[in-house]
Design a protein around this ligand. Structure first.
Ligand code: SAM
Ligand code: SF4
Ligand code: F3S
Length: 444
């Protein structure tokens, strides 16, 4: 009989992609995915270390798992992801209930570790071996058949922003070979996937310099454009430094590339950008923005903001607000600076908590207003929506428009996986509501 694996995923889209690849990998040793956590023979927590008390949260989660299985056979408990990489075997000392600790660049070894594990073993694998990992996964079919699926093309980071743990948890920048990415995309398309989001910690730094020709993100986008069954292409997360002209030009010619650019800036103050080691100025960011909206002024931007970075004064924050007013970002993320152990900014003097909180509330109010305004502007209009799944509890369909906004619609199961034309009749900050009026196109 097959054993069951359950994965609880935290953090970014790359963790979601990785979790699916872990399922794919464990199939080879007779495991199958379960959505019922209390059935699990193997329980994986795929963790994130980006902010806050990440470590504490993981121990809290393990405590919860222990409770679920109090009167049952203990599952193999695996800690994967960025906390695993950062904490490694220290985790066993604090929580012996954990069996396996595995870092993101060692997932090619996960099925061996699970197979090898015997009662009371503590197995740790946090060697960074990105090339071997991808070689291994290139031989395993990607079984994702979600209408909208992720595909990692680049991993790791060499930029070392002073606040960020990613270069330590994901290792150095690595770009997968172009042909392997395309084969995986073809598998996804064969599985029925209609939208592919290309992923990387710095996705637009993608560079495969094989056989004297360099393949860039723009080449991947152009290639994906040629698959007739694929409806949409997205990519995330980009760094402003790597927004090269070849990528910007894709917005001219690639119809499947969605007109939505997630381009984190973190702060609107050059002083703070410099202190963060972001390696670009606000003016350079604006130049990229202008180039892109000159191609098509319907293209919208979203961003990430870190509020209350050490040294941020009122005037720096005001500059961030000015930028937000200028660009009218939608769907953005904003968080108070969280010192991460091991990073350059870890020991800097923190801002007064109340000041940081007050600034966060201010910026979020403006960001949310932009979000509401764009949603409001779509009411009574027809928009294209890619239908992703059914919300069973509401007997409605869920999809997204070109700007990645959630859309809840009346429709039939047969619409799942289709691009439909929706008449929007209502909205709130996060969601649009409407009815399907026809299949496909001629919509905003
Ligand atoms: N590589 C992307 C870039 O450079 O824009 C960002 C990747 S990071 C996983 C996602 C976001 O987390 C960052 O853009 C930043 O806003 C936020 N972040 C990272 N470290 C943080 C910290 N120490 N405190 C608060 N937010 C943080
Ligand atoms: Fe982190 Fe900066 Fe690298 Fe983005 S570019 S992953 S924020 S170090
Ligand atoms: Fe978190 Fe690691 Fe992603 S720290 S945001 S899971 S790269």
């Amino acid at each position: 009989m097959k054993k069951k694996i359950y994965i609880k995923t935290f953090g970014c889209q790359m963790n979601e992609y990785d979790s699916n690849r872990i399922y794919d990998s464990l199939k080879n040793i007779n495991f199958e995915k379960t959505d019922n956590q209390s059935d699990a023979d193997c329980y994986v927590l795929n963790t994130c270390h980006i902010r806050d008390k990440a470590k504490e949260k993981v121990y809290h989660e393990v405590g919860r798992v222990r409770k679920i299985f109090r009167n049952k056979k203990k599952p193999i408990v695996v800690i994967a992801g960025c906390v695993a990489q950062a904490e490694n075997e220290e985790m066993f000392k604090r929580e012996p209930y954990i069996d396996i600790v595995i870092g993101p660049q060692a997932y090619h070894k996960i099925s061996d570790l699970v197979k090898k594990h015997v009662k009371s073993d503590h197995l740790e694998e946090t060697e960074i071996d990105t090339i071997e990992k991808f070689k291994h996964f290139d031989t395993i079919k990607n079984d994702s058949n979600k209408v909208s699926s992720f595909l990692t093309i680049q991993e790791g980071c060499d930029k070392f922003c002073h606040f960020c743990v990613v270069p330590f948890t994901r290792g150095p920048e690595y770009s997968r070979p172009f042909d392997k990415i395309i084969s995986e995309a073809e598998q996804l398309i064969e599985n029925g996937v209609k939208e592919i989001t290309l992923l990387g910690q710095n996705v637009n730094a993608y560079s495969d310099k094989n056989n004297s020709k360099e393949f860039r993100l723009s080449d991947l986008i152009k290639k994906l454009e040629t698959y007739s069954e694929l409806e949409r292409v997205r990519y995330t997360t980009s760094h402003p430094l790597d927004m090269t002209d070849d990528l910007i030009d894709c917005y001219k010619n690639c119809n499947k590339l969605m007109p939505f650019v997630h381009l984190p800036i973190q702060s609107g103050s050059n002083k703070i950008l410099n202190a963060m080691n972001r390696k670009h100025t606000v003016e350079q960011y604006l130049e990229t923005y202008e180039k892109i909206i000159k191609i098509n002024d319907e293209i919208k931007f979203s961003s990430d903001f870190i509020i209350g970075y050490p040294g941020e004064e009122d005037k720096d924050f005001e500059e961030t607000l000015l930028l937000v007013e200028k660009i009218k970002f939608i769907n953005s993320f904003s968080f108070i600076f969280s010192p991460r152990p091991g990073t350059r900014a870890a020991d800097l003097n923190l801002l007064d908590k109340a000041i940081a909180k007050n600034r966060l509330e201010k910026i979020q109010k403006i960001l949310f207003t932009h979000q509401i305004n764009i949603n409001k502007s779509l009411v009574k209009k027809n928009i294209n929506v890619l239908v992703e799944n059914k919300i069973k509890s509401q007997n409605k369909l869920f999809g997204r428009n070109k700007y990645l906004n959630s859309v809840i619609i009346d429709g039939k199961d047969e619409h799942i996986g289709k691009l439909v034309n929706v008449h929007v009749d209502n909205y709130n900050q996060n969601t649009l509501f409407g009815k399907i009026i026809s299949l496909k196109h001629k919509a905003a």
